[in-house]
Design a protein around this ligand. Sequence first.
Ligand SMILES: [Fe+2]
Ligand SMILES: [Fe+2]
Length: 161
Amino acid sequence: MAQKAREIVGPKVDELIKELLSAYADEWLAHYYYKLAAKLAEGINSDAVAKVFSEMAAEEAEHADELAERIIHLGADPIRDFAQILELATYKKVELPSDPSDFKGYLKAGIDAERAAIDVYNNTLLKLRDDIKDPVTFHLIRHIMGEEIEHEDRLETLLGR
Ligand SMILES: [Fe+2]
Ligand SMILES: [Fe+2]
């Protein structure tokens, strides 16, 4: 644990860790569902859709790694019990259409998930700016949120806006 890192965050450090664990869980679930979407899209021969979901899945896993690193620096463990991923996540399921040829439905499901992530990260950023006041985590979340905005944009472009 980085004692100084905890000290800088101040009395609300545990509240912040809870929020980071929830984001960590969300990133894992997004990673899982996007990998699934990429595979299913491959099956329907939709290369562009498969590619975007596969790239996003890799980036969500990176986000999980970055959050894990910050959680550890603040003196906590990332989630050890996988069942807790579902418990702690805000966005528990990416609803992929059952019809495998509905690639527009796939894109819309991704857009919904990205928009939810952007909302969550935006709330965390405002809290980090005005209440908890932690510049290190602020910059991390701002970086992740920027990539979620890119994800939303890529999906929207494929959908044709
Ligand atoms: Fe992410
Ligand atoms: Fe994303």
